[in-house]
Design a protein around this ligand. Structure first.
Ligand SMILES: [Zn+2]
Length: 100
């Protein structure tokens, strides 16, 4: 019998090899299927690219360091990647507010 797992996103019961491996998870697989993971990732990429374009435009047009409210909606990790991709390096102190 083939092992199956229910996708947390689309709710479909799928064969275990429809899930990417993730050692951190109890069963060694991600909680969402490959399809959902891929579409999520693609959406995120699209969004990031659009925002990045906007920021780059701001920088090119005005020579002002683009400081965007949108940055506050990023996770620290996304922020790091964002800043790196924009050529920043060094230390940045951020205050992270978590609403519980
Ligand atoms: Zn799914």
């Amino acid at each position: 019998m083939q092992e199956t797992k229910k996708c947390n996103k689309c709710g479909k019961e799928l064969p275990i090899d429809s899930f990417y491996k993730r050692a951190l998870n109890k069963d060694g697989h991600m909680n969402i299927c490959k399809d959902c993971f891929n579409s999520q990732y693609t959406d995120k990429q699209k969004k990031t690219n659009t925002e990045l374009d906007k920021m780059l435009n701001v920088r090119n047009n005005s020579n002002i360091k683009p400081i965007s409210k949108e940055l506050s909606s990023y996770t620290p990790r996304e922020l790091i990647e964002e800043l790196r991709s924009r050529g920043y390096s060094g230390k940045l102190q951020i205050t992270h507010t978590i609403t519980v």
